[in-house]
Design a protein around this ligand. Structure first.
Ligand code: DGY
Length: 418
């Protein structure tokens, strides 16, 4: 069974390879997505190290002059996706979206280098782009203290998480230019964000375009600004990994700068501890309102190496309660929250790459049994349902797109050994 699935996973990754970059899945997501691509590198590293480096090279080559690696790089035309480059209106080459996505690329680059003794030259070539990207997060997309600010639900990678409901409700989507969604032509609409959410997503894109994608301005004064534990913890870890890679490559100045960013942002993350929910939670920077429930990314403090004994005890109790409430962990949202939906995208389903991040962090923090249970759950889901985009935490049903790159990547890099 494992050998069959290994072959299948490799075939999916090769099949989604468009020549140096990998699409998350054909049709539904026909371009290069930022964090999907970083996970693709992790997967390729299991069987083709050269191709793994190539994935990160193309990703980093899509960076803006200000250092941002965008959430989508539109490497070729595809009218079957909405919103395409004309809606984003970004004056960059290659065409791209106007905001970013979870920063995991530096973490993957450091993993690749550790696994590939001959990779130093390729890693060194990536270093300036990854360092500029780390700087962009801090200087243009964070609070002065260092909390990463989500300025569009798509930027978080967790598009329709209940974490955004309150802030998104305050965005007026009624005046957006008429549009036709493409996603619901590819996937059951019950598994996707709603129309009202899409109108607001597009209103935020129109706002960004209207201010010429001035990132600092959008972060400081835009209509949607939420401090996100997911982005914050992934940025902290990216900086720690960037620093480690820079040290290994003999670039101490880059390492010192990344270390300093990581330390101050790790300290700032304490402000996202929500005692009432017993988890790190998203917080609306305009109203001060907390998220309505626990998101799976609230546990990524372990991935970031952010620990504090009292908070960690409460955090693990929350984690255990949620993990026990589902047949397959970890749901993207706490099932006790009224907003939970076991089938709708980021409102409940399990995502393999998040499980990978969670499990790495848990294992590093000394919680090996929990990490192992997460690996076993991920393996069971893939064995049961295949390489789907996401999974129902109660039934194990595969949901969303099929033949999914990051699910295949997580299988090859980790889940198959469970
Ligand atoms: C989509 O198109 O649904 C993507 O998640 C946006 O990044």
């Amino acid at each position: 069974m494992t050998a069959d699935l290994d072959a299948r996973a490799e075939a999916i990754m090769r099949g989604n390879d468009r020549g140096g970059f990998t699409v998350p899945t054909a049709r539904l997501y026909p371009f290069q997505w930022n964090w999907d691509s970083a996970f693709a590198a992790l997967g390729f590293a299991a069987f083709d190290m050269g191709r793994a480096w190539r994935e990160l090279e193309t990703l980093v080559s899509g960076a803006w002059p200000n250092g941002m690696i965008p959430h989508i790089v539109f490497r070729r035309d595809d009218p079957d996706y909405f919103p395409g480059p004309d809606v984003w209106g970004c004056a960059v080459d290659p065409p791209s979206s106007g905001h970013s996505q979870p920063p995991v690329a530096a973490s993957m680059a450091w993993r690749l280098l550790q696994a590939d003794a001959g990779g130093a030259e390729r890693a060194r070539a990536l270093l300036p782009g990854l360092a500029a990207y780390g700087r962009w997060w801090r200087e243009r997309r964070a609070t002065p203290e260092g909390l990463a600010v989500c300025t569009h639900p798509w930027e978080s990678g967790r598009d329709n998480s209940p974490d955004w409901d309150g802030a998104l409700a305050a965005v007026d989507g009624s005046g957006v230019a008429p549009f036709t969604r493409r996603d619901t032509g590819h996937v059951d609409p019950a598994m996707r964000p709603t129309q009202a959410e899409y109108e607001r997503y597009i209103a935020l894109v129109e706002h960004g375009r209207g201010v010429g994608w001035d990132h600092a301005r959008i972060t400081a004064a835009g209509p949607f600004r939420v401090a996100d534990p997911g982005l914050t913890f992934m940025a902290v870890r990216a900086d720690r990994d960037l620093a480690a890679m820079a040290r290994a490559l003999g670039a101490p100045a880059v390492a010192a700068e990344a270390d300093a960013r990581a330390e101050s942002a790790a300290a700032a993350a304490a402000a996202l501890w929500c005692g009432e929910l017993g988890v790190y939670a998203a917080r609306d920077l305009i109203t001060g309102a907390w998220a309505p429930g626990a998101s799976s990314v609230g546990f990524l403090s372990f991935w970031a190496g952010v620990g504090e004994p009292l908070r960690d005890a409460a955090l693990l109790a929350t984690y255990d309660r949620i993990a026990k409430s589902c047949a397959y962990g970890l749901p993207s949202y706490d099932p006790v929250a009224p907003e939970f939906d076991s089938r709708r995208y980021w409102r409940g389903p399990v995502w393999a790459p998040v499980n990978w991040l969670l499990a790495q962090g848990l294992a590093e923090a000394g919680h090996a049994a929990r990490a192992q249970a997460l690996r076993a759950a991920t393996r069971a889901l893939i064995e049961r349902a295949g390489f789907c985009e996401y999974f129902d935490p109660h039934t194990g049903e595969g949901l969303g797109g099929g033949e999914f790159t990051w699910t295949a990547a997580v299988w090859l890099a980790w889940a198959r050994e469970g």
